[in-house]
Design a protein around this ligand. Sequence first.
Ligand code: RIB
Length: 296
Amino acid sequence: MSVLVVGSANTDILVRVRRAPLPGETVLGGDAEVQAGGKGANQAVAAARAGAATAFCGAVGGDTFASVPREALRSAGVDLQHLRELTVPSGIALITISDDGENSITVASGANARLSPEDLPADFSNFNHLLMQQEIPPQTVLAAAQKAKQSGVQVLLNAAPSHEFSNNLWPLLDYLIVNEHELAQLAGTAEGQEESAARSLLERGVGAVIVTLGGRGSLAITPAGLFRQAAHKVVVVDTTGAGDTFCGVLAAWLCGGSDLPEALKAAGVAGALACTKLGAQAAMPTRSEIEGALAG
Ligand code: RIB
């Protein structure tokens, strides 16, 4: 049983600041930290740490920044035979983290924006679940979902960052994972109407809509009904990568045979644990840490 993640790989440059700068303002922060990131690579590392056999398909550039995400994926045990190296700059994310744990992220996509449908694995039959995000071209996301469905692979899309996508994609999605803002944008509704917004996305052909609600936990809506998962309480240091941890662990638990409520619970606990340390991948819990928190 294995997970294929198709997505972005970045080098994250993190700076702690008392508060995020206003437009046109300069603020002084602490020492910069360089870490592996990118929503795709983060979710692959989260799935691998949660115990799933995980492969990653993405692109890095031909510069020195390529080694940061590549080595982090390798040391997490992720299969890199579908990682492409292109003669363009690697993806870089500039991240400021304020004292309240909130972050602001600017991404220079580099090689991620050039990942094409031709870069996808020729054969999807070795995988059970495909997990994607939206930091790569939409045509590559659509092509991967089509190939997955042809091979009977379950498709999970984390619609982050939020942007419009082809109407052909909706019925290919077994699971759509969104936060409140992404949900409102996709559904064309005001925020705070999660249940009706998620139901409207089911009508477009999605199998299940999963909404992450930060400190309010998460909810899942399927044609069979709705269930909510309470938040696992932690002291928040940095939320960077918490959503990625949620998605990677959700895929890992589903791939391991758990049902959606069980997977949602593990993903919520893992996402909360990821908020207790600085950075994305550096903060992601192992399977035993997730199981320990679930048992406690
Ligand atoms: O979700 C967090 C990630 O978003 C960071 O690691 C950064 O690289 C951006 O892709």
